[in-house]
Design a protein around this ligand. Structure first.
Ligand code: HEC
Length: 123
């Protein structure tokens, strides 16, 4: 029991702050990007993978869709989503998606998943 509370305190300290990473995840969720590209941005048979692509590439593509300068077969699908993003949001998303591909799960992450500890108990 003592061990558990130590882990909880540690977890709260680690996940309490608003980092660019959690901000990136929020923007990704808020705009419904996961609906096509997947919750882990891993893509599918019909939609491209985003996780792990270079931030520069992702920014270029999103600005291109936003301005309407990309005319690929399915760019019309992306345009309204890109247009709903501010330039600042594009920057944060690009960093977030780049890092997703390389992120190794920490022990804390695995602990969270295994025991399904949410943040509802926090103050
Ligand atoms: C309705 C489905 C759908 C949603 C929702 C969606 N996308 Fe896309 N996305 C696509 C399709 C289709 C393409 C491929 C378009 C093309 O052919 O250029 C694409 C392409 C992309 C690309 C370029 C990938 C590459 O490898 O060239 C990026 C980056 C991207 N989307 C980011 C996002 C982000 C960020 C969001 C949320 C704001 C989002 N998408 C929401 C369907 C979607």
């Amino acid at each position: 029991m003592k061990k558990l509370s130590i882990v909880l305190i540690l977890a709260l300290a680690l996940f309490g702050g608003e980092t660019n990473e959690s901000l990136g995840a929020k923007i990704y969720t808020k705009h419904g990007c996961y609906g096509c590209h997947g919750i882990d941005a891993g893509g599918s048979a019909t939609y491209p993978k985003l996780a792990g692509k270079s931030a520069y590439y992702i920014r270029r593509r999103l600005h291109g869709y936003k301005k309407g300068t990309i005319h690929s077969g399915r760019s019309d699908i992306m345009r309204p989503f890109a247009q709903s993003l501010s330039d600042e949001e594009i920057k944060i998303l690009a960093e977030y998606l780049k890092n997703l591909g390389h992120k190794k799960k920490s022990d804390e992450d695995r602990y969270y998943e295994e025991y399904e500890i949410g943040d509802s108990s926090g103050s």
